[in-house]
Ligand binder design. Structure first.
Ligand SMILES: [Fe+2]
Ligand SMILES: [Fe+2]
Length: 316
């Protein structure tokens, strides 16, 4: 029997001989995620422009504009993390629903925005972080006098890959509270003032050569990362700091909260300013450099907990 005939014979039975094709059995795969910077000057007017075309409500669910990485066919920011900016006008609400992806919110602009999670209301001031873990009922609203914007970060690309992506709408507000629900004891709201104060306190300690001063938001009771798939970090690059390059198997999406600087990702230098977002793909060497006189503060969402849970986190 010829090899070709043998392979056809295998195929008839739903079998395959990978050694019949050239190349090693396990081929290394380069990431398609591209280092990319989204400028706030580009994002903000386009997010405001979305109000003309879509309103939050059943069907569309949320008025969001997603940060699409040109290297990710599914139009998410990285292959594991989906980032969008959500926009609500005064008096608007986004209906209650729940879904299998874990989500986080990082408040950007405006006052009076809230998220209700399992019946508990969290008012979101700029810089606040609010979690809506997998399958928690949640809704949003804007009770302030001006439009509000925040970052939505989801692990939906991972959930989609696992083929368990699902969303369930609900007719009306959930009455139960988190204190009696399955999420009792878990911290879902991290306030900017607390996080910022803690970051500045740590700025006196020894700094990381790769990140300058960085801290991870962690549950105060369990010590766990905020989500099983995505960890959130706040870091400050102090004036004059230039970090050493390193790389890791995890990916990161950064948002510039304050200040300006540049990051060398792979071979290219990317300048960033307040409000910008940028992505560091997996295993790409990167370093950060501060510019200007004011310390630069970066908020980042990184898939470190996922890689660690799988035993695939490597750093060099
Ligand atoms: Fe949601
Ligand atoms: Fe890094």
């Amino acid at each position: 029997m010829e090899l070709e005939a043998y392979c056809a014979w295998l195929s008839q039975a739903g079998l395959d001989a990978p050694w019949s094709r050239p190349g090693p059995l396990i081929q290394s795969k380069q990431t398609r995620v591209e280092p990319y910077v989204w400028r706030w000057a580009d994002i903000e007017p386009r997010v405001r422009g979305s109000a003309e075309f879509v309103a939050p409500g059943r069907g569309a669910e949320r008025r969001i504009v997603r940060l699409a990485n040109p290297g990710v066919p599914e139009r998410t920011s990285a292959h594991t993390i989906s980032i969008a900016v959500q926009y609500l006008l005064p008096g608007e609400t986004a209906p209650v629903h729940r879904h299998t992806p874990n989500a986080l919110r990082f408040m950007l602009k405006g006052h009076g925005a809230y998220t209700i999670v399992e019946g508990e209301k969290f008012v979101m001031a700029p810089g606040d972080l609010v979690l809506t873990p997998s399958m928690t009922w949640h809704e949003h609203g804007n009770e302030g006098p001006e439009p509000v914007m925040w970052i939505d970060g989801l692990d939906s690309p991972v959930v989609r890959y696992l083929e368990v992506l699902a969303m369930e709408p609900r007719a009306k507000t959930v009455e139960t509270t988190a204190s009696t629900g399955a999420f009792a004891g878990r911290t879902l709201h991290y306030r900017w003032d607390d996080a910022h104060r803690e970051l500045l306190r740590r700025a006196d300690d020894a700094a990381s050569p790769f990140d300058d001063v960085i801290m991870e938001y962690r549950d105060p009771v369990s010590g766990a990362s905020v989500l099983p798939t995505i960890g959130c970090y706040l870091q400050v690059l102090r004036p004059g700091v230039e970090t050493k390059p390193h790389r890791h198997t995890s990916s990161a999406v950064y948002h510039v909260v304050r200040g300006s600087g540049s990051s060398t990702i792979g071979d290219d230098r990317h300048d960033w300013e307040v409000g910008d977002f940028f992505v560091v793909p997996p295993s790409v060497p990167h370093s950060h450099r501060h510019r200007g006189t004011e310390p630069a503060i970066l908020f980042s969402m990184q898939d470190v907990p996922l890689l660690k849970a799988l035993g695939l986190y490597y750093e060099s």
